[in-house]
Design a binder for this molecule. Structure first.
Ligand SMILES: Cc1cc2nc3c(=O)[nH]c(=O)nc-3n(C[C@H](O)[C@H](O)[C@H](O)COP(=O)(O)O)c2cc1C
Length: 232
């Protein structure tokens, strides 16, 4: 019997691993879970291209005054160092613009997002490129992308009470036009063996549900049926 699976065309995924820990260790949970979600996407789309920014191996520099000065200096007048700074910020924006799906692993560090993820937001928030101001207020210019946040926390937190990750990222991402956001949460990870196992199980169940929904969405849009196996 042939195995048939639904498929949609190539999808470009931008994965941001913002944990300070290498995802091959017991820590870096948000990075591990975000990779599991991307594996799930491979069961839906025939061709998944993943661009990964791993902050644990390649730190994101802070946007300081020299960096801003470089951005505000006309291209023709920039020093070599300023051109490199602008090119770096541009590359982060280009990766975001190129993606169909953005998957961000977000550990909670001191009730908030990791400092390097905040730095990433500072690099990609560019007036006239990722947002603009109009007489009716700000308008996001990065549109038509699906965003998954994979949040990991040592304790358990209510959104907007002791969790400033979800409200902040919803606000920031919405500001640049990314409003289609689903959030997976692995919590209680430092509360002991049982709560940790429950937190991981809960997150994996949420990932499965997200994949189920993404598959149903792809099928509603019309699918290309491909044969992945021959009759036995
Ligand atoms: C520097 C640091 C600060 C942390 N702050 C918090 C916190 O405020 N609340 C909390 O619930 N867990 C906190 N944790 C625990 C992490 O959220 C938890 O270990 C999570 O799994 C980290 O995700 P990661 O493994 O992807 O880095 C902190 C961990 C570190 C290393």
């Amino acid at each position: 019997m042939s195995i048939i699976k639904p498929a949609t065309p190539a999808t470009k995924v931008l994965q941001l691993k913002s944990s300070i820990f290498d995802s091959t260790t017991a820590q870096g949970v948000s990075s591990q879970l975000s990779s599991e979600l991307i594996e799930g996407l491979r069961s839906i789309h025939t061709d998944v291209h993943v661009t990964t920014r791993d902050f644990s191996t390649t730190p994101v520099p802070y946007l300081d005054a020299a960096w801003l000065q470089a951005l505000f200096t006309p291209a023709a007048d920039r020093t070599q160092e300023q051109s490199e700074k602008v090119a770096y910020s541009d590359s982060l924006i280009a990766e975001l613009q190129a993606a169909d799906v953005v998957v961000i692993g977000v550990p909670m560090y001191n009730f908030a997002i990791p400092a390097m993820l905040k730095s990433w937001t500072d690099h990609v928030a560019r007036a006239g490129v990722t947002f603009k101001y109009t007489d009716k207020g700000a308008v996001g210019l990065v549109e038509g992308k699906k965003v998954y946040l994979v949040v990991s926390t040592g304790g358990r937190h209510a959104e907007g009470v002791t969790d400033f990750i979800r409200p902040y990222l919803r606000t920031f991402l919405g500001f640049i036009g990314l409003t289609d956001i689903d959030i997976i949460v692995a919590d209680g990870l430092n509360m002991g063996e049982v709560p940790r196992a429950e937190g991981l199980q809960q997150a994996r169940a949420q990932i499965s549900e997200q994949i189920r929904q993404a598959r149903a969405f792809a099928e509603r849009r019309g699918v290309t049926i491909i044969q992945t196996g021959e009759a036995a």
